[in-house]
Design a protein around this ligand. Structure first.
Ligand code: BTN
Length: 320
């Protein structure tokens, strides 16, 4: 996000009252017309700002996800996003699946304030209390080949979206955990229906810890953006920032610019160059050096005996 936008938000968040345009203009060394333009930009991002002709601008502290749909519709790119909001559900993946079977177009998003049975990778539970961003994007990619890369695209888009919006740098652990100081901030779950090599639908589930409270047993493994920044964050502009990047990167996928995707992922990777233990889905465990990712998104691990293995699915532990 533009530094000037961030500064206006800081000024407006410091009070519950109106702040005159002239005061903001003086503090930032800008003209009043420019302040007005920037405030309009903030509104488009999902901030709710009241304008009064004499008193100036006032930030309304609303973090109402039920309004999200109106702030995602103009995001450019191949996907036309629409948000289907639910206050509480078992898992957004289930609602998205029912919608996908009814034939809704790709780009439809199921967004929940709270989930009682959130699902994680490898059959694990995902804790999703109020205050986080829990959503599933329905996709209908034309080629099966996109599937492995899709989760890399999603991981890189979350990292870019967080950095763009907050200036906070996060990292990716293969295949797509988003980490901050080795603590998990976000996870991605890819499910779907593929028959005879034809993709019917893909459910891309994204869980990002924002303002939610984590249970005590998770605190040495996970963190939230509110913990990192020390303040409660507005989730609509954050969601928008992530979807903005996702649509750009999804375009690269559809246009088969696979190199762009793998290099983007490498840029944010904390796995490449690390010694790793990988728990494969067949129950075996391997150890070695994570050398790179291959063009199809699989992880290249060099074992101690020099053999290279391509890992398509599994759980990676970084060894120190
Ligand atoms: C993981 O890292 O294990 C993946 C976590 C995925 C969580 C998201 S939250 C939205 C969507 N709905 C779910 O039930 N799970 C995914």
């Amino acid at each position: 996000m533009d530094q000037r936008l961030r500064e206006i938000i800081d000024i407006l968040s410091s009070t519950k009252d109106y702040v005159p345009g002239t005061v903001i203009a003086r503090r930032l060394g800008l003209s009043r017309a420019m302040v007005h333009r920037l405030v309009e930009e903030l509104k488009l991002l999902g901030y709710i700002i009241e304008t009064h002709p004499r008193r100036g601008y006032r930030l309304l502290v609303s973090d109402d996800l039920s309004l999200a749909d109106r702030y995602v519709r103009d995001i450019p790119g191949p996907l036309k996003f629409r948000v289907h909001y639910v206050e509480k559900c078992a898992s957004t993946q289930d609602i998205a699946e029912a919608l996908a079977r009814q034939g809704v177009p790709e780009g439809t998003i199921v967004l929940a304030e709270e989930m009682s049975k959130g699902r994680g990778r490898m059959g694990r539970e995902w804790i999703a209390s109020k205050g986080g961003l829990w959503f599933t994007i329905i996709l209908r990619p034309r080629k099966i080949r996109y599937l492995q890369l899709l989760s890399l695209v999603a991981g890189a888009s979350i990292v870019e979206g967080i950095e763009g919006f907050l200036g906070v740098k996060t990292m990716l652990k293969w295949p797509n955990d988003v980490l901050y100081n080795d603590l998990k901030l976000a996870g991605i779950l890819v499910e779907g229906r593929v028959e005879a090599d034809i993709v019917d639908y893909i459910l891309l589930g994204i869980g990002l810890n924002v303002n939610n409270n984590l249970p005590s047993w998770l605190k040495d493994k996970a963190t939230t953006l509110a913990n990192i920044t020390g303040r409660k964050l507005p989730r609509i502009p954050l969601l928008r920032s992530i979807l903005y990047r996702f649509n750009e990167n999804y375009k690269a996928l559809v246009e088969e610019q696979y190199d762009r995707i793998t290099s983007l992922w490498r840029k944010y990777s904390t796995t490449i160059g690390s010694r790793v233990r990988v728990h494969l889905i067949d129950g075996r465990t391997i150890e070695g050096l994570a050398e790179d990712i291959a063009d199809d998104g699989s992880l290249v691990v060099k074992l101690t005996n020099g053999t290279r293995i391509l890992v398509y699915a599994g759980d990676v532990e970084h060894l120190r």
